[in-house]
Design a protein around this ligand. Structure first.
Ligand code: URA
Ligand code: SF4
Length: 187
């Protein structure tokens, strides 16, 4: 796919029928945030609230993400937030490989537009598709920095996983402090 500018990319996504998620979505959640963001977050896919609003991370997991950002001195306004798939998988199931492959060119186009210095993958789905296909489990990988074409990448727990198991919150906050430290160190 040839790279599109932001306006054209949004238009293409909003009418996209490239995978079966198109038939069950209410709205495409394209992604949003600072177009000059140094730091980008990538989740798995829209949930119920995101599907209704057409915005990423606006439900319970999104509120936790906002709080974690605030706790390390970052705000939603300075970052950019997107997902591996832009349409909600029914019942919040993990997107199939077919769905992810269909949608990933849009995410790559989005990254090419924003050109973040740091990309943080929230959860295993984003980690696998965005950092390395051979990575399957988040536990041993989380908190580690990877270098991809000059972009620093890290995976950490998905906020929805932290809501299910709050004992992981302390470790996740260590990751967020590490993200903020690198954020401050990069011009
Ligand atoms: N979970 C995700 O992975 N993405 C969202 O946008 C919301 C919840
Ligand atoms: Fe298109 Fe992505 Fe939505 Fe599938 S999930 S219909 S590829 S925008």
């Amino acid at each position: 796919m040839a790279l599109l500018n932001l306006k054209d990319l949004i238009e293409v996504c909003n009418s996209c029928q490239k995978c079966d998620l198109a038939s069950t979505r209410t709205n495409v959640a394209f992604g949003e945030g600072n177009l000059r963001a140094k730091l980008m977050f990538i989740g798995e896919g829209p949930g119920a609230e995101e599907d209704l609003q057409g915005r990423p991370f606006v439900g319970r997991a999104g509120r936790l993400l906002d709080k974690m950002l605030g706790d390390v001195g970052l705000s939603r306004e300075e970052v950019y937030i997107a997902n591996v798939v832009k349409c909600r998988p029914p019942g919040n199931r993990v997107p199939t490989q077919e769905e992810a492959e269909a949608c990933l060119p849009y995410l790559r186009n989005q990254v090419a537009i924003i050109r973040p210095k740091i990309i943080v993958c929230l959860g295993a789905t984003a980690m696998t598709y965005c950092i390395d296909r051979s990575l399957k489990s988040i536990g041993p990988v989380r908190g580690k920095w990877f270098d991809r074409k000059g972009c620093k990448m890290m995976a950490t727990y998905h906020p929805a996983a932290l809501l299910r198991d709050p004992r992981k919150l302390d470790i996740a906050m260590d990751d967020f402090r590490s993200i903020k430290n690198l954020y401050d160190a990069i011009e």
